[in-house]
Write a protein that binds this ligand. Structure first.
Ligand SMILES: [Zn+2]
Ligand SMILES: [Zn+2]
Ligand SMILES: [Zn+2]
Length: 379
C-alpha cells in the first residue's frame, strides 16, 4: 500500500509544532527500528487536520470496548409494543391496520421526545444581551421507534423494515420543513450506551432547529467555494477518485457507496453517499430508498462483524431548509463507531488523532464476513 506523506510546507505554524513533536518522538524511536512518521492529513471539505498514526495502525482487536448487547425488556421499555401509553401521543405511525391511535400493531412509530432538548411551542424571539445573542429554545425533538421488537437493530432487521425507517425520516423531514421557524432538520442515531443512547430499544432521533448548525454550514459553504471555483461538486469528485483508487472503498451498490474518508477524525469512521449527485435526503427518487436500506444495513453489518457490535453514532447531513436543490452540496450519512475518547488535545486544537489509517479500516470492513441477520441477533 502506498501512502503519500503530507508535506510540511504550507502547514500553519501551530500545526507544524505538533508535527515536530511527533517527528521527534518518532526519531527517538527510529533508533530501534524502521519507523513510519505519523501523517497529518487535511479533510478537503472542512479543512480540518487529523493526525493518522501510521507507525502501528490499531487493528479492530486493539480497541477495548463492550459490545452492545440488548436483552429482552418488554415490561419496562417505553418503546415496546403494548407500552404505547408510556410515550407522548404518536405523530406518525406505519403498519397499524385498524385499532386506535397509540395501540399495538404498528411497525414504526414517531413520537415527541419525552425530555426534549428544545420546545415546539412558541414564537422564535431573537434578542441581544450586550454583544451576546440569544433566542427562545424553539425546536422539535422526536423519536423514531424503528421496530416494535426490543431486541433488534438496523443491522439485523429485514431490508424492508430498514427501508420503512428511511421513509419515516423523509416523511418527518418534509412535514417539519413546512414550519417556517425551522432552518434545519437533523436525523441522528445513538446506538449503545457509550454512544449516548439512554433507551436500548432500536430508535433514531430528529431535531428541527431554528438555525443551521455550524458544522453543516461549514460543510455547505466550503462545498460552495469548491463549486464556485471548479464548477464541480467536491463530494462527486471524491467519489470519482475513491472509485478509481479503490483503497478506501468499503462497499457499493447501484446507487450508493460507503467509503472511509481520507482524513477521518475517528477510527473506522465511514461516509455513505449517493453515487449520483443529490443535494437533499428527502428529494431522492422513491426507488432509491430500497437501495439505501440495503446499503445502510450492509454497512452496519460490516461494522458489527469487524468491531463486534460496537456502540456508534450516525447522522444525516443534508442541505438546509430553503436550499434543497443545488449543485454544490451532496447529502450523506456519517457513521462513527465509539472507540476512542475525545480529550484535551482535540478540544484544544480542533485536530483529531486517529490511530487507524482509513486504508486499513476500509480493508477490514471491505473484507468482513457478514453473518446472516438471524445468527448475528442470536450471538
Ligand atoms: Zn423495547
Ligand atoms: Zn455531488
Ligand atoms: Zn457531513
Amino acid at each position: 500500500m502506498e501512502i503519500q506523506l503530507e508535506r510540511i510546507l504550507g502547514v500553519p505554524e501551530a500545526v507544524q509544532s505538533v508535527y515536530k513533536d511527533f517527528r521527534n518522538l518518532s526519531k527517538s524511536r527510529s533508533i530501534v527500528g524502521e519507523v513510519a512518521l505519523p501523517e497529518l492529513r487535511k479533510d478537503p471539505i472542512t479543512g480540518r487536520w487529523v493526525i493518522i498514526s501510521t507507525e502501528r495502525g490499531k487493528r479492530p482487536n486493539d480497541f477495548l470496548r463492550e459490545s452492545v448487547v440488548i436483552t429482552p425488556n418488554g415490561k419496562n421499555c417505553p418503546f415496546c409494543a403494548g407500552n404505547e401509553a408510556k410515550t407522548p401521543p404518536e405523530i406518525l405511525v406505519y403498519g397499524r391496520n385498524g385499532g386506535g391511535a397509540n395501540t399495538p400493531g404498528w411497525h414504526i412509530r414517531v413520537v415527541p421526545n419525552k425530555f426534549p432538548a428544545l420546545g415546539i411551542e412558541g414564537d422564535l424571539d431573537r434578542e441581544g444581551e450586550g454583544l451576546f445573542d440569544k433566542m427562545n429554545g424553539i425546536g422539535a425533538h422526536e423519536v423514531i421507534i424503528e421496530t416494535p421488537e426490543h431486541v433488534a437493530s438496523l443491522a439485523t432487521l429485514p431490508e424492508r423494515a430498514v427501508e420503512d425507517v428511511l421513509w419515516a425520516y423523509r416523511d418527518r423531514m418534509l412535514d417539519l420543513k413546512n414550519d417556517r421557524r425551522f432552518r434545519y432538520v437533523l436525523i441522528f442515531k445513538n446506538h449503545g450506551e457509550a454512544a449516548g443512547a439512554s433507551v436500548e430499544h432500536p430508535h433514531s432521533q430528529l431535531i428541527a432547529l431554528p438555525i443551521v448548525p455550524r458544522r453543516v454550514r461549514e460543510e455547505v459553504d466550503s462545498c460552495w467555494h469548491y463549486y464556485d471555483e471548479k464548477e464541480r461538486c467536491i463530494f462527486c469528485d471524491i467519489i470519482r477518485q475513491e472509485r478509481d483508487t479503490g483503497e478506501r472503498v468499503i462497499n457499493e451498490n447501484d446507487h450508493f457507496i460507503t467509503v472511509a474518508p481520507y482524513a477521518p477524525r475517528f477510527p473506522f469512521e465511514m461516509w455513505l453517499l449517493p453515487k449520483v449527485h443529490g443535494s437533499s435526503y428527502e428529494n431522492n427518487q422513491s426507488s432509491m430508498y430500497a437501495s439505501l436500506a440495503r446499503m445502510l444495513k450492509d454497512t452496519l453489518m460490516r461494522l458489527d462483524a469487524v468491531l463486534d457490535r460496537p456502540a456508534f453514532n450516525f447522522m444525516i447531513h443534508t442541505s438546509p431548509v430553503g436550499e434543497e436543490i443545488n449543485d454544490h452540496y451532496h447529502w450523506h450519512f456519517e457513521i462513527i463507531p465509539k472507540l476512542t475518547k475525545v480529550a484535551g488535545f482535540e478540544w484544544g486544537t480542533g485536530f483529531y488523532i486517529n490511530p487507524t489509517p482509513p486504508e486499513e479500516s476500509a480493508r477490514f470492513l471491505r473484507e468482513a464476513k457478514i453473518v446472516p441477520p438471524d445468527l448475528a441477533a442470536k450471538k
